[in-house]
Design a protein around this ligand. Structure first.
Ligand code: MN
Length: 497
């Protein structure tokens, strides 16, 4: 009988035997560390670690990353300490596991206002792209099993996935993952909208599948007649959530959504892509204004391919995407296809071919651990992130409304429970206290920043964990006005001192 370990090892395909050994060791280690623990579904907890590792294999991650995926919950849930991880698996895996654990503490309580900032904070906190990818694969399995989580928690987790994780996956170019995360979250976050669109397109989707199959056969025949060999054709209907967003933008007119059905033609060579475009246009009338050469002019995120939208002749309209195998892989797996088993990112393989990644993720994160990992200098990364201008004018991109200067005005700090509090730059612990609650502000007995007692007028930095020690007898002083930045805190101090 094939065991989980067999499955995992065979999913490692081209990895070296050392990598396989490492994964095997992590598998056994994690399995025994989680022994006896159960998921909310009643399944063994280890199943979740295993599923996370399998998701990482699908992205063709290195043995190091897959092993970290197996171990990602052992700090938090199995009480293993970091030192033990390092002794057994080295500092790299320790770093990734710690990073994933730390990211898990950030909780998003939907305030639309700052979604983009939360995404940036998330990326900045991860410090290393591998941490982010493990976290995304962890979240994918959590979303697949969300129905077992108590109902009152489902919506928050799904909303966080929809607003933070899925857009990050999209921006990293891991479209496949982004689409999965969106479609898994959608019914929990917008249940009635989900039902509406589902009922609306149910028959339409079935009909489109049939139509696409016919169209695929016809196109395959035409390509063959034009002496084009070695092609691969597949098709898809749009994910429900992205369809829903478009549907709302087009004033609920389904007919205006031309990429609801899309066909993809994959070829070996770039020159064949142009040949195929010629064959398609010779046989099918294209829609004007929808022919895009993203091979000569790649999108900002590096996406390449030829797009056209054609009338199929039987009253249907289909978007046709033509690309090479390499372009397709990059489109599906994005950044992940560059940090595959061959090159662990931190080994400095960020060469010219990866220019586009630098546009998405600042070099400081790609290089990550060149400085001490204890380095709390979050602001410089965030400044870098904020300089990323999203020039992608595609209206599909939900992320276009970035305020690039945002981080020059705001900082993000945490409560001990991991809630994010955002404040104007140069805010003090006094502002923090008032933003928690006016009663907390007016009874500040002391302040702990990152676990150490500090003066209450200490200016806060991005990423600080702040705890207010409340004292019944403490009361505000006029002097605090010099150290308060927020209008709310100032007003409260004036009123009560
Ligand atoms: Mn987990």
């Amino acid at each position: 009988m094939e065991t989980g370990l067999d499955k995992l090892i065979s999913a490692l395909r081209d990895h070296s035997s050392e990598e396989k050994e490492l994964v095997k060791k992590a598998y056994e280690f994690s399995k025994s560390a989680h022994e006896g623990q159960k998921r909310q579904s009643g399944e063994p907890y280890f199943n979740h670690c295993f599923a996370t590792a399998m998701n990482l294999c699908e992205l063709n991650m290195s043995g190091t990353v897959v092993a970290a995926g197996l171990l990602h919950d052992i700090l938090e849930d199995a009480g293993t300490d970091s030192k033990t991880i390092e002794e057994n698996f080295g500092s790299d895996i320790r770093f990734i596991v710690e990073g994933v654990t730390k990211l898990g503490l950030v909780k998003y309580h939907g305030t639309d206002r700052h979604n983009e900032s939360m995404r940036k904070l998330f990326v900045a906190m991860s410090q290393d792209i591998r941490v982010l990818i493990v976290k995304l694969c962890d979240r994918l399995h959590n979303m697949e099993t969300l129905s077992h989580v108590p109902e009152e928690k489902q919506e928050r987790i799904a909303r966080e996935t929809l607003e933070i994780y899925a857009p990050i996956a999209y921006r990293l170019g891991i479209r496949k993952l982004s689409k999965k995360l969106e479609d898994l979250s959608f019914p929990f976050v917008y249940p009635s909208e989900y039902r509406e669109i589902k009922d609306l397109v149910k028959e339409e989707y079935d009909r489109k599948q049939d139509m696409l199959e016919k169209f695929r056969k016809a196109v395959a025949k035409e390509l063959g007649e034009s002496n084009i060999r070695n092609f691969n054709i597949d098709y898809r209907v749009k994910g429900l959530y992205s369809l829903y967003k478009k549907y709302m933008r087009h004033n609920k007119e389904l007919d205006k959504i031309y990429d609801m059905a899309a066909m993809r033609i994959i070829l070996d060579k770039e020159e064949d892509c142009y040949k195929v475009l010629g064959v398609i246009h010779a046989n099918y009338q294209p829609l004007p204004g929808r022919i895009k050469d993203y091979i000569a002019f790649p999108k900002q995120n590096g996406y390449q391919g030829l797009h056209t939208t054609v009338f199929t002749g039987d009253g249907n309209i289909v978007e046709v995407q033509i690309k090479t195998e390499r372009m397709n892989k990059e489109a599906e797996f994005g950044i992940a296809s560059h940090i595959s088993y061959k090159s662990d990112f931190k080994k400095g393989r960020a060469n010219q071919g990866l220019e586009w990644i630098k546009k998405i993720i600042p070099l400081s994160i790609i290089k990550s651990r060149t400085n001490s990992k204890e380095n709390r200098d979050v602001p410089s990364w965030i400044r870098d992130l904020a300089t990323y201008h999203n020039e992608n004018k595609d209206k599909d991109d939900a992320l276009t409304d970035i305020k690039n200067d945002f981080f020059s005005e705001r900082i993000f700090v945490f409560t001990p429970k991991g809630d994010v509090i955002d404040l104007p730059v140069s805010s003090s612990a006094i502002d923090f206290a008032y933003s928690i609650h006016s009663d907390v502000g007016s009874h500040i007995g002391g302040v702990k920043i990152n676990g150490k007692m500090r003066a209450i007028d200490t200016q806060l930095k991005n990423g600080d964990i702040v705890e207010i020690v409340v004292s019944k007898n403490a009361k505000p002083s006029r002097k605090w006005l010099d150290h308060a930045k927020t209008t709310f805190a100032k007003k409260q101090i004036k009123n009560s001192s």
